[in-house]
Design a protein around this ligand. Structure first.
Ligand code: ZN
Length: 165
């Protein structure tokens, strides 16, 4: 396979740019006292959805950043099939979100930090690459992992200080 190093650099840089947008969403979650996870969905060069975790605000256990972003993107396109989209999320998706990613037929997921306790695309399960399921998605992990992880550890440290968690 021919790999053009310049192209690879461009790709990595574009991943980082999109992940920075997802991090901005995570910061919004932080400001709202939510576990800071953010997601964006990109189609071509266009960001068609941007969302953050709103579980507390909406009192909804399904209101993870990825779920809200998927709903937004499908609504924008008027189609539940997000076959030309890439989802960027600051934290490795949980089983629910991995399931939604497959349902939406999103072909590529890029995440930041690993989630050893719930991560279901690398850490605990590899749901997106399990060929027993009738759809799969490719996974790129570790993009801006340090920043994506730091905002979470800062959040949990401040919650502990307040005696909340
Ligand atoms: Zn999730």
């Amino acid at each position: 396979m021919f790999v053009d190093p310049e192209h690879v650099d461009d790709e990595q840089e574009s991943y980082r740019q999109c992940m920075r947008l997802a991090l901005t969403e995570a910061e919004r979650a932080m400001e709202a006292d939510e576990v800071p996870v953010g997601a964006v969905i990109v189609r071509g060069n266009q960001v068609i959805a941007a969302a953050h975790n709103q579980r507390e605000t909406l009192a909804d256990p399904t209101a993870h950043a990825e779920m809200i972003a998927i709903t937004q993107a499908a609504s924008t396109l008027g189609d539940w099939r997000l076959t030309e989209c890439t989802l960027f999320v600051t934290l490795e998706p949980c089983p629910m979100c991995a399931g939604a990613i497959l349902q939406a037929r999103i072909p590529h997921v890029v995440f930041g930090a690993l989630d050893p306790k719930a991560g279901s695309v690398t850490s605990l399960y590899q749901l997106l690459e399990d060929r027993r399921l009738n759809h799969t998605a490719s996974v790129t992990g570790g993009v801006l992992a340090e920043e994506c992880g730091r905002i979470l550890s800062d959040f949990f440290a401040s919650q502990r200080k307040l005696g909340k968690k």
